[in-house]
Design a binder for this molecule. Structure first.
Ligand code: SF4
Ligand code: SF4
Length: 304
């Protein structure tokens, strides 16, 4: 392996933002020149963070740590977990796309469906671009979601789960916490898509300005809201959480709708991500303000 060029956290952020700004793939693919995305939130986590092992123990043996997925694909490197950094990003949905999906009541608006298909194609290209650029400056990398052996497995506890989760990587990288509906609520809200790359490099981890995995959700914080329950056309969200099986069946049904209505292949929904207080911001005021100040939020008051 050739000598590596030292890169900084900001170098990686610029790499991502530049690709968003110049890639022709960043397009709604609707004949307009409108971009699918206009900015990203970027966070970093160490490969040695104990959270990765905790995920594995909680989700199942099939769930990769960064060290596992990196060494599966770069066995010759034989790195330790501490030599790895997970780069995670959030692509917040643009206002026009959110507004369109707010009006949807059963299946996604065309704008949202386009992002689910073509915006995600861009996200895959971004993963490849980040990994390739890092390799070119001497930092071998892997995008776990693009690994040929990435898979979804049936899970007794979770109905189904995958070898790598972009939302869990983002949680580890300080980018947000989960909501009642399982979506990740970030500083730019829950209407977003996420991506990540694991690379052999030591970058400063981003602080996590939260203690619990649902701190940014109003239902968790004070027992209010529950607006995502009403938004779900499949009855997949209740006060007990998200029923992945009901959600999956609705997504399967959306395939036919998208093909017949929009004339392209794909699936999507995201109705629970819009028209809700966490759509485009952290709805828990204390948590939002703590993040802005870069401090830990005060503990929530006990529920009545
Ligand atoms: S809509 Fe309300 S209850 Fe649902 S995830 Fe968002 S904040 Fe939580
Ligand atoms: S939980 Fe699933 S089916 Fe329900 S609104 Fe969200 S994405 Fe759609």
């Amino acid at each position: 392996m050739a000598d590596s060029t030292p890169v900084s956290n900001q170098w990686v952020v610029d790499l991502i933002e530049n690709f968003i700004a110049v890639s022709p793939l960043n397009n709604m693919q609707d004949g307009s020149s409108e971009p699918a995305w206009d900015s990203a939130l970027v966070g970093f986590a160490s490969g040695a963070d104990p959270i990765w092992q905790q995920y594995k123990e909680y989700v199942g043996a099939f769930h990769w740590t960064p060290w596992e997925v990196f060494n599966q694909h770069h066995a010759v490197e034989n790195v330790s977990a501490a030599e790895l950094t997970v780069i995670s990003w959030i692509l917040p949905q643009r206002k026009r796309v959110r507004m369109a999906n707010r009006r949807a009541t059963d299946y996604p608006a065309e704008e949202w469906a386009r992002i689910r298909v073509y915006g995600e194609e861009f996200n895959a290209a971004l993963r490849r671009h980040v990994a390739l650029c890092l390799e070119q400056v001497g930092h071998p990398a892997i995008a776990p979601m693009l690994a040929p052996n990435w898979t979804i497995v049936k899970s007794q506890r979770f109905s189904y789960a995958s070898s790598w989760s972009e939302r869990h990587a983002a949680f580890a990288a300080g980018l947000g916490t989960f909501g009642l509906c399982d979506g990740l609520i970030t500083a730019k809200g829950k209407a977003m898509r996420a991506g990540s790359v694991v690379a052999k490099m030591s970058l400063k981890p981003s602080p996590r300005f939260y203690t619990g995995h649902q701190d940014y959700c109003l239902f968790h914080a004070d027992g209010t809201c529950g607006k995502c329950i009403d938004r779900c056309p499949a009855g997949a969200i209740t006060k007990s959480g998200h029923d992945k099986e009901k959600c999956r069946h609705h997504l399967v049904r959306s395939r036919e709708y998208m093909k017949n209505t929009y004339n392209f292949e794909g699936y999507g929904c995201g109705l629970c991500q819009v028209g809700v207080p966490c759509e485009a911001k952290i709805p828990v005021k204390a948590a939002r303000e703590a993040l802005k100040k870069g401090i830990m939020p005060p503990p929530p008051p006990p529920l009545a």
